[in-house]
Design a protein. Structure first.
Lengths: 267, 290
């Protein structure tokens, strides 16, 4: 059941997206998050959709796999959709139940917001799917470096991030392992009334917490044993290279933004 | 309880880029009362195989029969609980599954999940704690105040308290000191004999497999590679070495002894004592003892 979580997963590959500089990818995602909010009609959402699908195709991650990864957020998407249908009262009534009127403005708004969510999740999961956690944090550290001037602990922050990203799969594995052990002792996690189910998670959460603390201690010890002393004066084994295609990708995003600004409904 | 596995195939993460064939067309029959050791290289499918036996993993193809319960690909969920009652698993590092405030409550967790009354579960907890060699006083302690070895024993008691007919042990002695290993393994063998259980032991120790098991299954790349009695299996040294395994130390010693003296020796001595006897028998002809 945990096989469906793809956030934080990295799929090794040699696609253009894999080879891009992580800084370019991070900046790209950052820009894209704003660009998504520019769309406000069918045409602009369509263009964004084409862009998102093109990015997935470029990454060479199978569409089926992406779809599986979307499954966990379907609930949120449907929830937002329904909320918009019920709450927005614009345009003509397309369906009349007497006590409930559905307006075409509501349907439109619902579809748009759901699409927005899907695009955001798709493109951001592409980042982790095509970039190793180490690359992501390296990139972040570079991008945030200016903030060191105002005494922001950028290196520590990046380290914290890379450790958390690194341990997502480990934690998932551990969860699955303990779940199995408790299921073998007759615990049930997926059936029964909600109160029982919440209680059923205690035998899972307690061991998880304990092993996480234990692991954190071990990690700290291992780092100290190898002389880790923070980011001051630390050199890098792997240096990031900004290439032409990275500039190109960002330019493409700017063009996309410009196109959306022109084509979006004004007023 | 007879176990019959036919045509079992399992694919991990089917339909993702990480798809992997973990078991391929495994057929195996384990008669009731057998002490079976499963050996094989890391990643040979041992753990995947045993997780099928109590429904934690479902077969991609094939069927598993435990007693009168059948688990097939795409089967119903309802049977699983009945299956899990019968088949207990002691996982690797079972102390990681401890969670409750007291040892007693933790051991009672299993039996109560399977519908035992509180009194019966408590009685089982007391019995099993003594059985695994811990004093009854630990029952009221927090499991996290115990030593690693004691925690392991508590976790094992937690599985035994369910009174399973089939007991599966996934490297139960990993990380224990030699004395602890022997005590725990002796306990499993005694339980096996006294309670008429079927026991399946996954291990990396050829010595344990040779000494404790009645039959041995060798797995390689998700398929069954060899199956037979310890004497049969460990007579095939080349085949074992081909898949990264070897014969137990006692047999290695005897083989070298044989090489030096040129005398054929019996290769089914799996304890130090038997090995010593086999060697002194060679001397014995001259009348000397070691």
């Amino acid at each position: 059941m945990l096989d469906n979580v793809i956030i934080g997963q990295y799929i090794p590959g040699t696609s253009v997206l894999h080879k891009m500089d992580p800084r370019a990818k991070l900046l790209g995602i950052f820009v894209f998050i704003f660009v998504v909010f520019l769309a406000n009609n069918w045409l602009t959402y369509g263009i964004l959709g084409v862009f998102a699908v093109a990015a997935i195709l470029l990454s060479q991650v199978s569409l089926r796999y992406m779809y599986k990864g979307l499954k966990p957020i379907f609930f949120i998407v449907i929830f937002t959709f329904v909320l918009h249908i019920l709450m927005t009262k614009q345009g003509e009534v397309v369906y009349d139940l007497g006590w409930l009127k559905i307006y075409n403005g509501g349907v439109k708004q619902g579809v748009f917001i759901s699409l927005r969510l899907v695009y955001l999740v798709l493109v951001t999961s592409l980042l982790t799917l095509t970039t190793t956690p180490i690359d992501i944090t390296d990139g972040l550290e570079y991008l945030l470096a200016p903030f060191k001037k105002i005494k922001l602990p950028v290196h520590e922050f990046a380290l914290m991030m890379s450790i958390s990203l690194r341990f997502i799969p480990t934690l998932l594995q551990e969860t699955e392992k303990i779940m199995k052990a408790q299921m073998a002792r007759g615990a049930e996690f997926t059936a029964g009334p909600i109160k029982e189910r919440v209680k059923a998670f205690v035998p899972l959460l307690v061991p998880l917490f304990i092993s996480s603390f234990k692991r954190a201690e071990d990690l700290a010890l291992a780092m100290e044993a190898r002389g880790y002393r923070g980011g001051e004066g630390r050199t890098r084994l792997r240096v990031l290279h900004w290439r032409f295609r990275d500039t190109g990708a960002l330019l493409l995003l700017v063009i996309l933004a410009a196109v959306l600004v022109v084509l979006r409904t004004h007023g | 309880m007879d176990i019959k596995i036919s045509g079992l195939t399992h694919r991990y993460k089917a339909g993702t880029p990480f798809e992997r064939l973990a078991l391929h067309d495994v057929s195996l029959s384990i008669p009731s009362g057998t002490f079976l050791a499963v050996i094989g290289h890391t990643g040979s499918g041992k753990s995947t195989l045993i997780q099928h036996l109590n429904g934690l993993l479902k077969p991609s193809e094939g069927t598993i029969k435990v007693g009168d319960l059948t688990i097939a690909a795409g089967g119903k969920k309802k049977q699983l609980k009945a299956l899990r009652k019968r088949v207990g698993i002691v996982f690797q590092y079972p102390e990681h599954q401890l969670f409750d405030e007291t040892v007693e409550k933790d051991v009672m967790f299993g039996p109560m999940n399977f519908g035992q009354s509180e009194e019966a579960a408590r009685a089982a907890a007391h019995e099993m704690i003594k059985l695994v060699g811990l004093p009854v006083e630990v029952l009221q302690k927090s499991p996290f105040d115990l030593s690693g070895g004691q925690m392991r024993r508590v976790a094992i008691a937690g599985v035994l308290a369910m009174e399973p007919d089939v007991l599966i042990l996934d490297e139960p002695t990993a990380g224990l000191d030699p004395r602890g290993r022997k005590e725990i393994m002796d306990l499993f063998r005694t339980l096996h004999d006294q309670r008429n259980m079927t026991t399946i032991l996954v291990t990396h120790s050829m010595e344990d497999a040779a000494y404790y098991a009645d039959r041995i299954l060798v797995m390689e790349k998700g398929s069954t590679y060899l199956e037979g009695t310890p004497a049969e299996i460990f007579a095939k040294r080349e085949e074992l070495q081909a898949v990264g395994l070897d014969v137990p130390e006692t047999v290695q010693f005897l083989l070298r002894w044989q090489g030096k003296t040129g005398k054929p020796a019996e290769m089914s001595s799996f304890t130090i004592e038997d090995t010593a006897k086999a060697i002194s028998a060679d001397f014995g002809k001259g009348g000397s003892t070691c």
